[in-house]
Design a protein around this ligand. Sequence first.
Ligand code: UD1
Length: 314
Amino acid sequence: MAKFLVTGAAGFIGRSIAAALLARGEAVRGIDSFITGKRANLAGLEAMEFVEGDLADPSVCARACQGVEGVFHEAALASVPRSVADPVGTNVNCVDATLNVLVAARDAGVRRVIYAGSSSAYGDTPTMPKHEEMKPSPISPYAVAKLAGEHYLASFTRVYGLETVTLRYFNVFGPYQDPTSHYSGVLAIFCRKMLKGEQPTIYGDGEQSRDFTYIDNVVHANLLAAEAPAEKVSGEVMNTATGKTITLNETFRILRELTGYQGEAAYGPARTGDVRDSLADIGKAEERMGYRPLVDFREGLRRTVDWYRSGEGT
Ligand code: UD1
């Protein structure tokens, strides 16, 4: 019987958490609807019990939660522009699905649910770095949906006693991130294009900045969140990031070195719903569960470029 359920297990972050759990010898069940997840991402996860299903269906959630002790809820339509194009779809797959997972987890006697929150909750507030006590100010429908999920988790802790932890991810990147959709994360898109000698487009002036977080750091935070004492982490929101920031222009320059791309970037109009700057205060995660980033940005980017260069994921 599986001990952990990973939702979105065929997605970038879900498959990475599942792989880490399997490497620790844990029994893992994964679920994915393949709306954005990829069957190819399940390669190497053969030891995982896999269920194909949509979390928008409560009966699917009930089956998926049966017998598990912990849930890593990574499934989402993780894209700001996608949510701008289809706010209802984002709501169904982020908000309804999260509520269904929580109800199922409560009913199945799951001990703890760990949730993929998003730095987009902070919106365009000028305060830097972003800390968890700040009033959320979501801009995009995606940000609203991910934030609603956070509130549902906190509510389930207070009302039903379900242990919950929200990890607010800041721009995660790394191997297995899908580079092929125009809804993909910028680093995945840029790596793929620049390795193929194609010109990437920077939206806006390129001086927007992000706390880009390599996937290993996010996996590490999840494993810590699963183990930390409830009195330290349950019902809490914690940034999951590096505490450092870099502009898109500077990132492009580093990627030129790493990929060997010789050209310049194209510049296009700034994207609707975009946040200008994003940088995390990671003090709370360090204090509550001993989190510290394991891999810095440059090293993470090097590993990521190597992975895309090897031909995987393209
Ligand atoms: C946002 C969230 C992040 C969340 C992600 C899910 C913030 C600060 N971050 O990321 O936590 O996980 O949504 O999708 O809200 N860009 C280009 N060219 C491209 C693609 C993107 O210039 O081809 C630019 C975007 O306009 C943006 C930056 O790159 O300024 C990063 O974009 P993206 O990778 O899509 O992530 P965010 O929207 O920052």
